[in-house]
Design a binder for this molecule. Structure first.
Ligand code: HEM
Length: 126
């Protein structure tokens, strides 16, 4: 049956206030895609670093300073966000943490912990 409520709805994505779990979900997809796209670059750097001592030094230099540091931090953050959010989803799948306050708390924990841990790891690596 068709009625007025079946009409297409105009959604202005900029006006939708997404709950924190929604932000987390979008970031999970973006970080997964980002890591997938970065895989050839990572393999190239690994190959370069294993080829010779000079290659190893060159790979190290590429990751130090400027764009290299930004890329390294971005990828570290991506991996950690995707890992933490992924573990959260797997726990939700087995009904752990599905109730409302915890559902939101765990989303905030993932959102905040990922860049913090990425900064610590980047600090140790660089
Ligand atoms: C580090 C451990 C990882 C965990 C625990 C993990 C976990 C997950 C989970 C649970 C999902 C499904 C999410 C859903 O139900 O919608 C997922 C999706 C995905 N993962 Fe991972 N993942 C990991 C690493 C990676 C890596 C290293 C990559 C890429 C190189 C990756 C790429 C993706 C992509 C592209 C998707 C699909 C995203 C989407 O459909 O929105 N994951 N991951």
């Amino acid at each position: 049956m068709h009625g007025a409520h079946d009409r297409p709805v105009y959604l202005n994505l900029l006006q939708i206030r997404l709950p924190v779990a929604g932000v987390l979900s979008i970031l999970h997809r973006i970080t997964g895609l980002l890591m997938f796209l970065a895989t050839p670059l990572i393999i190239y750097l690994l190959d370069l670093s294993l080829g010779s001592a000079a290659g190893y030094a060159q790979a190290g230099e590429l990751l130090h300073g400027g764009l290299g540091t930004i890329a390294l931090f971005g990828l570290l953050w991506s991996l950690l966000h995707h890992l933490f959010a992924g573990v959260r989803y797997l726990l939700l799948d087995v009904h752990i943490g599905v109730d409302k306050p915890y559902y939101r708390y765990s989303a905030w924990v993932v959102l905040i912990a990922a860049p913090l841990v990425a900064a610590v790891v980047a600090g140790v690596l660089l």
